[in-house]
Design a protein around this ligand. Structure first.
Ligand code: BES
Ligand code: MN
Ligand code: ZN
Length: 474
């Protein structure tokens, strides 16, 4: 596989092949559409040992960017699939992408290839017969310790992303709170993590009134999963990751409309991202301490359901008037965040498909970032840019807090339509005042709709990169 730009400017590897083939490659270039990711297959090039050479378009050189590189990787991967290639030498990795180091290309190539080769067909009786044939990819880079490290990191990150992706794609009748707890136990066994799963009676004893209010009408028992990975010194304070695990969000009594409601099986994507990130970090034996806290349940209507206007007492002691039962994510998260504070985390990040308003604000490109600590926000933004799993910071000003006022409790669980993703974050902020905290709203980025419907596994790459950079591994 060779990368070529539209302006006929060959990458170093392509130049070598062209010389060996006495210009045959350059001649063929005219047939390659200019768009990044387009491909052209050449067979039997004179003077070239490889049976087939796949040219991969990378767009105009002067417009070459992170996105064009990723398109090229994706295009190359899908062509490899169609060609039923078994072995491939991936010469795209040596192209310079802005000021990114080669290790960046390498990580993106591995993640892109693994994503393209992922298939979710466990629930189909007629499996496609063209099972992925690609067994071996050579990334032609001089071996050095830094690249070895990047490769190991990318492979483990891809394993974690795959777990998050599959959990997201599984329907809610399979991926229940109990299923997530079993998956967490499997991870614990495989990677020697500590695990504890709190049951409904534990939550009652603790006083998690907000979490319990969401699970009231469900026939599936709720779980609070606590998973610990210790890769650093015992005394080092952990990073806490808290993931929203609503395995299906009907809205409850504030019922959602029927259209596209199936997509609310993805409402546990934050939980999937936490499990995926922990799998990645444990898999690469990262020198970090992480505690994952996952509140998981269904949000259902029914005779026992919480009703608009009901007032509950949260684990923190603060009371909440539940004006809309569809604003359930913040209710399970607030108790989980309070619970996470007992681990005295150095920082806590929650990950949640929290608001439709975030999709309106940022679309499907950037994850919403909120933080009560600017240094933490900067660190997350830099890691997100590095992982090309990008975020955009939103304000968390006190001015928005008044939208949550209630006549009947300490505050309400909704703040009206204006700034909906901000007031949701403001709600969570009332439970994290004592911690360095950030909130990632992944409502627009955790899955794709339409023909390509499926989990994206975001923000696993961002969280892995953050944990590693935070531990001093650039
Ligand atoms: N899980 C949803 C958020 C969501 C909606 C994510 C659509 C992706 C696509 C969340 O629980 C929710 O229902 N939020 C409400 C909050 C509102 C009632 C204040 C929303 O966004 O409509
Ligand atoms: Mn909801
Ligand atoms: Zn939800």
């Amino acid at each position: 596989m060779l990368g070529v730009h539209r302006d006929q400017d060959l990458t170093p590897a392509a130049k070598r092949v062209d010389q060996a083939a006495r210009g045959a490659l350059k001649k063929a270039l005219g047939d390659l559409p200019g768009k990044a990711g387009s491909t052209l297959l050449l067979r039997g090039l004179p003077g070239v040992a490889a049976e087939r050479v796949l040219l991969v378009g990378m767009g105009e050189r002067k417009e070459f960017s992170e996105n064009a590189y990723r398109e090229a990787v994706r295009g190359a991967a899908s062509a490899l699939k169609d060609l039923k290639a078994k072995d491939a030498a991936f010469f795209l990795v040596d192209s310079k992408v802005n000021s990114r180091p080669v290790s960046w290309n390498l990580r993106q190539a591995v993640l892109g290839l693994r994503e393209a080769l992922y298939r979710f067909d466990v629930l189909k009786t007629q499996k496609k017969t063209d099972a992925p044939s690609l067994a071996h990819v050579t990334l032609p880079l001089g071996a050095n310790a830094q690249l070895e490290q990047a490769l190991a990191e990318a492979q483990a990150t891809a394993d974690g992303a795959e777990l998050a992706r599959t959990l997201g794609n599984l329907p809610s009748n399979i991926c229940t709170p109990g299923y997530l707890a079993e998956e967490a136990k499997k991870l614990a066994r495989q990677f020697k993590l500590q695990i504890e799963v709190l049951e409904r009676r534990d939550m009652e004893r603790l006083g998690m009134g907000a979490f319990l209010a969401v699970t009231n009408a469900s026939h599936q028992p709720p779980k609070l999963i606590v998973l610990r990975y210790s890769g650093a010194a015992k005394g080092k304070k952990p990073l806490a990751l808290v993931g929203k695990g609503i395995t299906f969000d009907t809205g409850g009594i504030s019922l959602k409309p029927a259209g596209e409601m199936d997509e609310m099986k993805f409402d546990m994507s934050g939980a999937g991202a936490v499990l995926g990130t922990m799998r990645a970090l444990a898999g690469m034996e990262a020198p970090v301490n992480v505690v994952g806290v996952i509140p998981t349940c269904e949000n259902m209507p029914g005779g026992h359901a919480t009703k608009p206007g009901d007032v509950v007492t949260t684990l923190s002691g603060q009371t909440v008037e539940i004006l809309n039962t569809d604003a359930e994510g913040r209710l399970i998260l607030c108790d989980a965040l309070t619970y996470a504070s007992r681990f005295e985390p150095e920082a806590v990040i929650d990950i949640a498909t929290l608001t439709g308003a975030c999709v309106v604000a940022l679309g499907h490109v950037a994850t919403g970032l909120f933080a009560n600590d600017e240094q933490l926000a900067d660190e997350i933004r830099e890691a997100a840019d590095d992982a090309w799993d990008r975020v955009w910071q939103m304000p968390l000003w006190e001015d928005y807090q008044e939208q949550l006022r209630s006549n009947f409790a300490d505050f309400a669980n909704i703040g009206g339509r204006p700034g909906g993703s901000i007031t949701a974050a403001c709600f969570l902020a009332r439970f994290t005042r004592e911690m360095r905290w950030a909130h990632l709203d992944i409502a627009g980025t955790a899955w794709k709709s339409g023909r390509e419907k499926g989990s994206t596994a975001r923000p696993v790459p961002l969280l892995v990169r953050f944990a590693l950079r935070h531990a001093g591994k650039k």
